[in-house]
Design a protein around this ligand. Structure first.
Ligand code: NDP
Ligand code: GUE
Length: 297
């Protein structure tokens, strides 16, 4: 039987553990605060940001939300970041990506104080991750690492194929998997749009991480029997019965599930874990910034 890796269940458990640590911080007079910044009118981005705010409330964190007009100047966004950097009540800052074209994304990521960069996208934090000394592991790959561990999927010695090489998913995922540490020690192949004969590579993999952003791109014929399949893709497509839209992953679920040993669904797989790890990083940020020690879950 194919095992369904339930991201909602693992994330719920983790949120409970985080809520417990938030209480410890509160007792010491610290209320962990996460600021989300949205400079977009994209409906999906608005949904994700409001979900993140709801998550904060659930675990007892202080959620602050700043919304900027997508037509506003880049300087206005930089100024907002500077203010949040200086605000002692804010321990974590997340600027929802993508930002409008007239804003330099690199500058946005550089501008956030590395100690508050709960996405882990600041060059200092990227460097630390690559060096095996991470401060904040990026939320999506970290969430995937937790999901694999929760389901006893052994990464050590496994052949892993990561499909996608973005800075927010593919690259940090590959980095975590090759680390000489628990949840690492895999042998990793990173594929992208210029990869020759992708199927031949995915068919050899014990673990496939699909993060190409193409609906139902990986099907059962591309997988080895018993492989663990992690579907990162979030694609909104026309529903088959024409009644509206639905969410599908980068994996053709039905076909892949016939071959895979374990698989994550979309929705309810990686997405909820990404949000839980954001709370985790905010908790860690609050502890590091205030010197109040907690045992991280
Ligand atoms: N569940 C979650 O928490 C999250 C989900 N997502 C979702 O994950 C998906 C990927 O996101 P993100 O990494 O930001 O996407 P990007 O668009 O930044 O990157 C996509 C990557 O896939 C590669 N790619 C494109 N086409 C192919 C192909 N035909 N064969 C092999 N590789 C290909 C690209 O290659 P190249 O570099 O050559 O262009 C690129 O490296 C999206 O669906 C996104 O919505 C993203 C973040 C969090
Ligand atoms: N600075 C920044 N950090 C991010 O981490 C970041 C970002 N920008 N920009 C966009 C992507 C995308 N992303 C998702 C997070 C959770 C779900 C999620 O919770 N999905 C639910 C369902 C969502 C729905 O129903 O639409 C699920 O898969 O079950 C999805 C996508 C974070 N991202």
């Amino acid at each position: 039987m194919t095992e369904v890796i339930d991201g909602n269940a693992v994330a719920t458990e983790l949120r409970e553990e985080i809520a417990d640590r938030v209480e410890t911080l509160s007792a010491a007079g610290v209320e962990p605060g996460l600021a989300t910044v949205l400079m977009s009118e994209d409906a999906a981005s608005e949904t994700y940001v409001s979900m993140k705010q709801r998550d904060c409330e659930e675990v007892g964190m202080d959620g602050i939300h700043v919304e900027l007009d997508p037509e506003a100047s880049a300087e206005e966004l930089y100024g907002t970041i500077d203010d949040l950097n200086d605000d002692e009540d804010v321990h974590g800052i997340l600027v929802q990506l993508p930002v409008p074209d007239h804003v330099d994304e690199r500058e946005v990521l550089r501008r956030i104080r590395p100690e508050k960069d709960v996405d882990g996208f600041h060059p200092e934090n990227v460097g630390r991750l690559v060096a095996g000394n991470a401060r904040f592991k990026p939320c999506t790959p970290h969430g995937i690492q937790r999901l694999l561990a929760a389901h006893d999927v052994e990464t050590e010695g496994a052949d892993a194929v990561v499909v996608g090489r973005s800075d927010i998913v593919g690259k940090p995922m590959a980095n975590l998997l090759i680390q000489k540490a628990p949840g690492g020690n895999a042998t990793v192949t990173v594929c992208h749009s210029r990869t020759d004969d992708l199927e031949a590579r995915t068919r050899e993999a014990d673990i496939v991480i699909a993060a190409a952003g193409i609906p139902e791109f990986i099907d059962g014929s591309m997988l080895k029997a018993g492989a663990t399949v992690i579907d990162v893709g979030i694609n909104r497509v026309e529903s088959e019965d024409g009644s509206g839209t639905e969410l599908v992953g980068d994996v053709a679920y039905e076909s892949a599930a016939e071959v895979a040993g374990a698989i994550t669904p979309v929705p309810g797989g990686v997405g909820p874990m990404t949000r839980a790890m954001l709370l985790y990083n905010t908790l860690k940020a609050a502890s590091l910034q205030t010197g109040v020690e907690i045992d991280l879950p």
